[in-house]
Design a protein around this ligand. Structure first.
Ligand SMILES: Cc1ncc(C[n+]2csc(CCOP(=O)(O)OP(=O)(O)O)c2C)c(N)n1
Length: 355
């Protein structure tokens, strides 16, 4: 089955183009955009971990290693499209135009963090695994019913494909030809559970067979391959051909969240090797060097710009008062039920707040 779903690559790990038909895609301008966005989101990621360690934000889910998957997909979208991220896709959301301040507010427990800029259709990050998969099927179907050419992209991890919602969502999207791209970042672990302990399927892409939709496997650390396959899938969606399942093979270098320790379940030697060989940023750097386009002054400028932008967002985030824990009970229903009122009262008593 694995060989029926070969891993598609445009650029190898040494930064050489291996799919000649995609050569036109790899322009200097595009590479620089991919590169600067990857630097920006990696800077955000590292800064967020440091903020968490200093107690300035709450728990945080890092994505270092997955930048090519997030940048390649987000840059393939049209501004009118929908985005359904998980808690690990704030890189993609940033690239699609989410406000950095609000992304940081989310990790600081404030409701404002779920609000995208006006006109941007970005759902709040899905914390329950796979619930966004049927949501995306429905939102995309609504666009189709309205007769627009808008599509949706829905992100999830390998673990999510073991959930019922994954199968319900794909089935619905397949039957109703919802214009949605299902993008799985296969970072090979669901917290500490390796994929081999979770499923007998040789690939995730093959799960598309059950729903008779296209399934593609792509090198998730190759930003060109991710971009090309996402564009193709979006085009199919816009043309009324329905959903696609993309499996992006990638690797998260760090922990699942700042609340656990990857050294307990991920082979650190393997991680270090992967970083040397497949790091999406290093790979692009190699391309720039191969082409004689690597410019240290430019790279420094990109890094400084990213750091300044993120520092400004941190300052804005820190102007907000601390999140009020009572608020989580207030938006479940329009009018709270007595059970929720009771939970709220008991919770506030427990933490010593006001009842
Ligand atoms: C419905 C549900 N069950 C369990 C959890 C606890 N949980 C949080 S993350 C996670 C693993 C998810 O792994 P994967 O889908 O591969 O995504 P990744 O975090 O690797 O990006 C689990 C089981 C949850 N959030 N929601």
């Amino acid at each position: 089955m694995e060989k029926d779903f070969p891993i598609f690559q445009v650029m190898d790990q040494n930064g050489n183009i291996v799919s000649e038909e995609y050569k036109d895609l790899v322009t200097e301008e595009r590479v620089k955009k991919f590169y600067s966005e990857m630097v920006r989101i990696r800077t955000l990621d590292r800064k967020s971990i440091s903020l968490q360690r200093q107690g300035r934000i709450g728990t945080y889910a890092p994505f270092e290693g997955q930048e090519a998957s997030q940048v390649g997909t987000a840059l393939a979208l049209d501004s009118e499209d929908w985005m359904f991220p998980t808690y690990r896709d704030h890189g993609a959301a940033t690239v699609f135009g989410h406000s950095l301040r609000n992304i940081l507010l989310f990790w600081n427990g404030r409701n404002e963090g779920c609000v995208p800029p006006d006109g941007k259709k970005i759902f709040p990050p899905a914390i329950p695994i796979a619930t966004q998969i049927p949501h995306a099927a429905g939102a995309a179907f609504a666009e189709k019913q309205k007769g627009t050419r808008n599509a949706a992209i829905c992100y999830f991890g390998d673990g999510a494909t073991s959930e019922g919602d994954f199968h319900e969502g794909l089935n619905f999207a397949s039957v109703f030809k919802s214009p949605v791209v299902y993008f799985c970042q296969n970072n090979q672990y669901a917290i500490s559970v390796p994929i081999s302990k979770q499923m007998n399927s040789a690939t995730i892409a093959q799960k598309s067979l059950a729903y008779d939709i296209p399934g593609v496997r792509v090198d998730g650390n190759d930003v060109f391959a991710v971009f090309a396959e996402t564009e193709k899938a979006l085009e199919r969606a816009r043309n009324g051909e329905g959903p696609t399942l993309i499996e992006a093979m990638t690797w998260r270098y760090g922990s699942h969240t700042t609340a656990d320790d990857a050294t307990k379940y991920r082979d650190q030697g393997e991680s270090a090797l992967k970083r040397m060989e497949t790091d999406p940023l290093l790979r692009l750097e190699r391309w720039l060097k191969n082409e004689g386009l690597y410019d240290e002054a430019w790279v420094k400028e990109v890094e400084e710009q990213a750091a300044a932008e993120i520092d400004a967002a941190v300052q804005e985030m820190e102007k907000f008062p601390k999140a009020d824990p009572a608020v989580i009970f207030d938006y479940v229903f329009e009018k709270p039920t007595w059970t929720i009122e009771k939970q709220k009262r008991e919770y506030l008593e427990l933490i010593g707040g006001e009842a």
